[in-house]
Design a protein around this ligand. Structure first.
Ligand SMILES: Nc1ncnc2c1ncn2[C@@H]1O[C@H](COP(=O)(O)OP(=O)(O)OP(=O)(O)O)[C@@H](O)[C@H]1O
Ligand SMILES: [Mg+2]
Length: 226
């Protein structure tokens, strides 16, 4: 599902070049759940941005679902994301002026789906928000907002879901509930999941863990079953 070969990301800062990703190689099979761990600044978010095509690699190759992402132009990248990738960030990134239902329906409408509203309603019901369809993000709790973001990411049934500390802004109980939902929906749809987390217990729920340090993979192993 995901193949990364000799991936480099270098940016030029005032103090000189910064090697954010310094030769990443990894391969993730369809249906796998992989926890991406490593210290702050090790390049986890940057890796996710390159995989999603939101950041351009300096060197190397990214192939997602047989499609070479590196080398696509802006339009092709936008289409690739729309058709293949769901993304959930730590800060929910919902559109403040749109209701929960509109937030979830928007990517479906952009993909030209005629059943956008029905699919959005159904997915919001699946995350326990059937009674919050017409609320604006500002009228929802943090956990509810993240469940809307989850519904938005899952509604188009992406083959690949990228999640960057999706429970980082939530209290422990709410975070656990959101994470249960994420794993339930992943199991139901067979979604390949890359989950960035600082929480060892969460990383342990993924079948495999990849550890980054200084922009490199320093460990890649199956999770030990508790
Ligand atoms: N545009 C940029 N210019 C310069 N340096 C950058 C830029 N973007 C990221 N970096 C640096 O790249 C490194 C990796 O950042 P990244 O956000 O990928 O880390 P991370 O592993 O996600 O960390 P955290 O766990 O704190 O979220 C950091 O040292 C960061 O300062
Ligand atoms: Mg990060």
């Amino acid at each position: 599902m995901v193949e990364v070969r000799d991936l480099h990301l270098t940016v030029t800062a005032s103090a000189g070049p910064v090697h954010i990703l310094a030769g990443i190689d990894m391969r993730v099979e369809a249906g796998e759940a992989v926890g991406i761990v490593g210290p702050s600044g090790s390049g986890k978010t940057s890796l996710l941005m390159v995989l999603a095509g939101l950041e351009l690699a300096t060197r190397g190759e990214v192939v997602v679902g047989g499609r070479r992402v590196t080398g696509l132009d802006e339009d092709a990248l936008a289409r690739f994301r729309r058709d293949n990738v769901g993304i959930v960030f730590q800060a929910f990134h919902l559109i403040a002026t749109m209701t929960a239902l509109e937030n979830v329906a928007l990517p479906l409408e952009l993909a030209g789906r005629r059943d956008a509203a029905a699919r959005a309603r159904e997915t919001l019901a699946a995350v326990g928000l059937a009674h919050r369809l017409t609320h604006l993000p500002g009228q929802l709790s943090g956990g509810e907002q993240q469940r809307v973001a989850l519904a938005r990411a899952f509604a188009p049934r992406p083959r690949l879901l990228l999640a960057d500390e999706p429970t980082g802004n939530l209290d422990i109980t709410t975070g656990r509930a959101v994470m249960d939902l994420l794993f339930d929906m992943r199991a139901e749809h067979g979604t390949t999941l890359l989950l960035i987390t600082h929480d060892p217990a969460l990383a342990g729920r993924c079948g495999r863990q990849i550890r980054l340090a200084d922009g490199r993979v320093v460990a890649d192993a199956p999770s030990l079953v508790p």
